[in-house]
Design a protein around this ligand. Structure first.
Ligand code: HEC
Length: 103
């Protein structure tokens, strides 16, 4: 019985961790070189950030503004999965986060 709780605990910790591994991040989230800087893409990302990224928490404007894009990429890799975004939406919300990250 004790083992079951340990296993459930590990499963919970993995499912709810706000950060992805570096390899997983690179597979999902554009890098600082290839993230879009196009205003239309950033605007589309803003809509996603304020609508689809708010199912579990309020818009994370402060967390985004207080971290660099490199610090935010592994968090985003985990979050876009939670929000079930498609690859176009991932590029858009990443563009928005890059535009608002700490410089
Ligand atoms: C299925 C629920 C869920 C969805 C959908 C979701 N998040 Fe999160 N998010 C969490 C949880 C849980 C945490 C960790 C607790 C907290 O900070 O609220 C978190 C934390 C964060 C953090 C702060 C991490 C830190 O270390 O400070 C950011 C930034 C964030 N989310 C952005 C996003 C973005 C952007 C999206 C949309 C792509 C998104 N979230 C969608 C559940 C979710």
């Amino acid at each position: 019985m004790k083992h079951l709780f340990v296993i459930l605990g590990i499963a919970f910790a993995v499912a709810c961790t706000p950060k992805a591994t570096p390899a997983a991040t690179d597979a999902i989230i554009p890098t600082s070189e290839n993230v879009s800087k196009d205003a239309e893409v950033i605007n589309a990302g803003s809509v996603i950030f304020n609508n689809q990224c708010t199912k579990c928490h309020k818009p994370k404007d402060e967390a985004v503004a207080s971290k660099t894009f490199e610090e935010l990429r592994p968090i985003l890799a985990s979050m876009v999965k939670k929000a079930r975004l498609n690859s176009e939406e991932v590029d858009q919300v990443t563009a928005y986060v890059n535009a608002h990250a700490k410089k």
